[in-house]
Design a binder for this molecule. Structure first.
Ligand code: SF4
Length: 556
């Protein structure tokens, strides 16, 4: 029997509590108040609190923040370091080369180092002060359409209190239908609702496949005796070891306040060696003498992981449909050339807000009217940035030294390079066969001398992410063809999900007769979405677990 559900109506519904939607909601409320118009804005977020699922480098170019809130410093915006002073290295196994020239887009003059979780929490407070109804702990699980199935009219939140067999527990609460004139999707990387919108309305049709990267990040507290903290450098970027030139990725170390640093490692998910393990690569990076020296004596306070959509310009979807718009990472607004996306995400939310305000004045929420948002993006500095970087991610994926020649050609030709657009394969199609694997497998945790303080195994890192889920709920990781896991996938690639997942969600178990099976620990999930992207058979579907579950980031 169809569940009876409460229906709540709003003018605008923001789905997702990241910087794009928070900036959009704040800006829209400001515009409405300036116009003397009362407007009901709701924002939902699947995390337990705003910021709990927000993880990024993060160096913030404050260009959009200054437009949104010129007095952001007076309003207590949490800034870790007001200025950036960069160093850039190529790492060999034990050595380092300082890169003598970095292109202008790599410079971080005028940028701030922030913690995205703290920053998002603060933006959430600013939004609430203005009257935005902010509801953390509510996951949007279904997109609602009008009777014709063409216009988006809102989002259904997930039922709470369903057990792992699909039965109602005593604490069952049906999800609520949140109805809105306009729904703004800002779910972040690889959103599960936007995936369904695409299936129905084809918003990514004709676009290049998205290019993703996975990032693992820690916040480390350093002792007073550590010399890096006393140095003037605030930003270190590296490439090379442990990946070499054939696999895309690199590391970063950003100075924070209170004797803390953010240390991270990013790996392009089009890597082709099925034996490569992103978490192990992260540990190897940490153990490089340059980095080990900078973090010497430290203690990891928090760890997390997420994916980032790096495809940029050629992977951006149609930005508006009847009743909805798409912002931030959901709309592929990240500028991977600058290793930044918070500023473009915020600006996209603000441009969406301007468009929604005009639509409200006309009482017209059609895709055509909301499509003005796409034009605003085209006319803005977002487009200028992303267009100049339109082939960058593809060029970075090229193997060997040709990569740098191609990137140089792009830099000198305003982003065009040798061919435009440069094509790219979907991430999940890129594994070579096991026997063709040439990249050296990274060291195993056993040989990496993990001390449980500065160098952690996956499960200790997971513990420091604060991740919890209701255990008695349906598994949110759907594997349509389970047989394929132990036949083709194990045979061809040795079950790479057991390696690319940074949270040990997928494990191989062996029965007494020697047969193997895949065991899932869904409550470990960090919501990074790597598995849905990198599974070589496209055989993992990430769905949203009960609202409030997942990591509890507070300083990453
Ligand atoms: Fe990330 Fe998937 Fe592992 Fe969850 S199960 S942590 S989404 S790779």
């Amino acid at each position: 029997m169809e569940e009876t559900r409460e229906q709540l109506e709003f003018d605008v519904l923001f789905v997702g509590g990241g910087p794009a939607n928070l900036a959009g909601a704040i800006y829209l409320m400001n515009l409405a108040q300036q116009a003397g118009k009362e407007i009901e804005i709701c924002l939902i977020e699947k995390a337990e609190s705003i910021g709990s699922h927000s993880l990024s480098g993060a160096i913030l170019d404050p260009v959009a923040l200054k437009e949104l809130m010129p007095d952001y410093l007076d309003k207590g915006c949490p800034i870790e370091q007001p200025e950036c002073r960069d160093e850039f290295y190529y790492l060999t196994r034990t050595g380092k080369f300082s890169v003598p020239y970095t292109p202008s887009y790599m410079h971080n003059n005028g940028c701030h180092i922030i913690s995205l979780s703290k920053f998002s929490l603060w933006l959430g407070e600013m939004a609430e002060e203005l009257g935005v109804m902010v509801f953390p702990g509510f996951a949007g699980t279904e997109v609602l359409y009008d009777e014709d199935g063409k216009r988006i009219v809102g989002v259904r939140t997930g039922d709470k209190g369903i057990d792992k067999d699909g039965n109602k527990r005593p604490n069952f609460e049906p999800g609520v239908d949140l109805m809105a004139k306009v729904t703004v999707f800002g779910e972040g990387s690889k959103g599960s609702l936007i995936r369904e919108v695409d299936k129905k309305l084809g918003i990514f049709e004709g676009k290049m496949p998205q290019i993703f990267e996975t990032a693992i990040k820690e916040v480390i507290e350093l002792p007073d005796s550590n010399s890096f903290h006393a140095s003037a450098t605030t930003v270190v970027h590296s490439f090379g070891y442990p990946l070499g030139l054939d696999t895309k990725g690199g590391g970063f170390l950003y100075k924070m306040k209170d004797n803390r640093v953010a240390l991270g490692f990013v790996l392009g998910l089009e890597y082709d060696d099925p034996l490569l393990e992103p978490y192990q690569a992260f540990l190897s990076f940490k153990k490089h003498p340059l980095i080990a020296d900078m973090i010497q004596g430290g203690k990891v306070l928090q760890q997390g992981a997420k994916t980032l959509p790096a495809g940029g310009f050629y992977t951006m979807p149609r930005l508006a449909v009847d009743g909805a718009v798409f912002v931030g990472d959901s709309a592929s607004m990240l500028n991977i050339q600058r290793l930044k996306g918070v500023h473009t995400a915020m600006k996209s939310g603000m441009l969406a807000a301007e468009t929604i305000m005009s639509a409200m004045e006309k009482e017209d929420f059609s895709g055509e009217t909301l499509g003005l948002y796409g034009q605003k993006v085209t006319d803005s500095w977002i487009n200028k940035e992303l267009y100049a970087a339109r082939n960058f991610s593809q060029a970075l994926s090229i193997k060997g030294i040709t990569k740098f020649i191609t990137i140089g050609a792009q830099y000198l030709s305003g982003g065009r390079g040798f061919s435009d657009p440069m094509p790219i394969e979907a991430d999940f199609t890129t594994f070579t066969k096991l026997q063709n694997s040439t990249a050296a497998p990274v060291e195993s945790p056993e040989t990496q001398d993990l001390d449980g303080k500065l160098y952690l195994d996956k499960l200790t890192g997971l513990y420091l992410s604060g991740t919890t889920h209701e255990e008695n709920q349906p598994c949110h990781l759907v594997i349509p063809d389970q047989e394929l896991c132990m036949t083709e996938c194990y045979e061809k690639y040795r079950s790479p999900c057991t390696r690319f997942c940074p949270a040990q969600v997928y494990e191989l178990e062996e029965d007494a007769d020697g047969s193997k099976r895949l065991k899932l620990n869904p409550s470990n999930c960090l919501h990074c979405k790597t598995c849905e992207i990198k599974d070589p058979f496209n055989n993992i579907i990430w769905t949203c677990p009960e609202g409030g579950g997942g990591p509890k980031y507070s300083i990453v």
